[in-house]
Design a protein around this ligand. Structure first.
Ligand code: OSB
Ligand code: MG
Length: 370
């Protein structure tokens, strides 16, 4: 398979509802789509999950444009590969910038699956025909609004509820949820809002029987998380701290977490995500697929990845309608009673909706091999 061209589009989409984490609120998605074409005319699609501002990780929409245009696209253009696992090698001389790398790597995986007339899920080795999904709910001004939100999503059938927490919006909020829903599978995501000074407070969260607490401490830490895990019963799940299989191995070896949130963009692509999956399967560590408020392209990749057997816990991949008035794929991703049916068409299995994509495109670059 030879990479003949890459098209990069900057997309602007308004989310249906604002989403608030411990860092702030966002409602506008400003991101990239990459399209690669191979010598047989197959088209593969990838999405960059970096945000406009570097609050979740150091990457931004602008840094991913720079990395793709100046380093990553030149590294793949005109190259012939047998398998997408080789893309990591082509990027061997480029450090980090995982979200930028995953954009092009994901597009190549899609093209590869189409080239071999198989689904992306099958190309990755996944077997599930449907995947179980949960919902991630942002911080709300008042508990009544949050409870109303939770009720809607439970009524829709989502398999577990994740709420964002931060200092001042934690114990009270979780207590209020547990009063109404004593048994619902519940977890909390702090996006690094605490430090070891908060151990006493974090211990109190044990009473809520949470499935896990996600990334309570610093985004670049694995040491303090190990210290914390020894003092709390609630399993720790790492998100921001995990960028690779190596990070995963180290975090597990020193006991920083019992669960891993796998995000394709954060770990640099589907190949690395699959390696983390395989390692955790061997070690008996539960994993689930995280989300970055993706459009349909990134969402479709998450669906495909989640078909691997060790995605033992419901992920954050909700249906398109949770985020968008109109998504950019056809059909949209639909979650029904907490399940998404894995599409059976080749590649990501959903077609890019070109009308919608053109409408949301604010910038576009085309790169062609000689
Ligand atoms: O920490 O998992 C996170 C959204 C944006 C950035 C980080 C996170 C999230 C979510 C929502 O929790 C996941 C989703 O619904 O896509
Ligand atoms: Mg998280």
């Amino acid at each position: 398979m030879r990479i003949n061209s890459v098209t990069l589009r900057r997309i602007n989409m308004m989310m249906k509802h604002p989403f608030t984490t411990s860092f702030g609120t966002m409602q506008q998605k400003d991101f990239l789509l990459a399209t690669v074409t191979d010598d047989d005319g197959n088209e593969g699609w990838g999405e960059s999950v970096a945000f406009t501002a570097p609050w979740y990780s150091e990457e931004t929409t602008e840094t991913t444009i720079h990395m793709l245009r100046d380093f990553l696209i030149p590294a793949v253009l005109g190259k012939s590969i047998e398998h997408p696992d080789e893309v990591t090698g082509l990027f061997g001389h480029i450090r980090k910038n995982n979200m930028a790398k995953a954009t092009i790597e994901g597009a190549i995986w899609d093209a590869y699956a189409k080239h071999h007339q198989m689904t992306l899920a099958a190309a990755l080795g996944g077997k599930r025909e449907r995947i179980e999904v949960g919902i991630s709910i942002g911080i709300e001004e008042n508990v009544e609004d949050l409870l109303a939100n939770i009720k809607n999503f439970i009524d829709e059938g989502y398999k577990r509820i994740k709420v964002k927490i931060k200092p001042g919006k934690d114990i009270e909020v979780l207590k209020a949820i547990r009063e109404v829903y004593p048994d619902v599978p519940l977890m909390a995501d702090a996006n690094s809002a605490y430090t070891l000074d908060d151990v006493e407070l974090l211990k109190e969260l044990d009473q809520f029987n949470l499935m896990m607490i996600e990334q309570p401490l610093a985004s670049d830490d694995i040491i303090d998380h190990a210290t914390l895990q020894k003092q709390i019963k609630t399993p720790i799940c790492l998100d921001e701290s995990i960028h690779s299989l190596e990070d995963t191995r180290k975090a597990i070896e020193i006991g920083s977490c019992k669960i891993i949130n796998v995000k394709v963009g954060r770990v640099g692509g589907l190949t690395e995500a699959k390696k983390i999956h395989d390692y955790c399967a061997e070690k008996g560590i539960d994993i689930w697929c995280g989300g970055m408020l993706e459009s349909g392209i990134g969402r479709a990749q998450n669906v495909a990845l989640t078909t691997l057997p060790n995605f033992t816990l419901p992920g954050d991949t909700a249906g398109s309608s949770r985020y968008w008035e109109q998504d950019i794929i056809s059909p949209e991703v639909v979650a029904e009673n907490g399940y998404i049916t894995v599409p059976t068409d080749d590649g990501i299995g959903y077609s890019p909706n070109m009308d919608a994509i053109e409408r949301f495109t604010v910038d576009k670059w085309v790169f062609t091999a000689e």
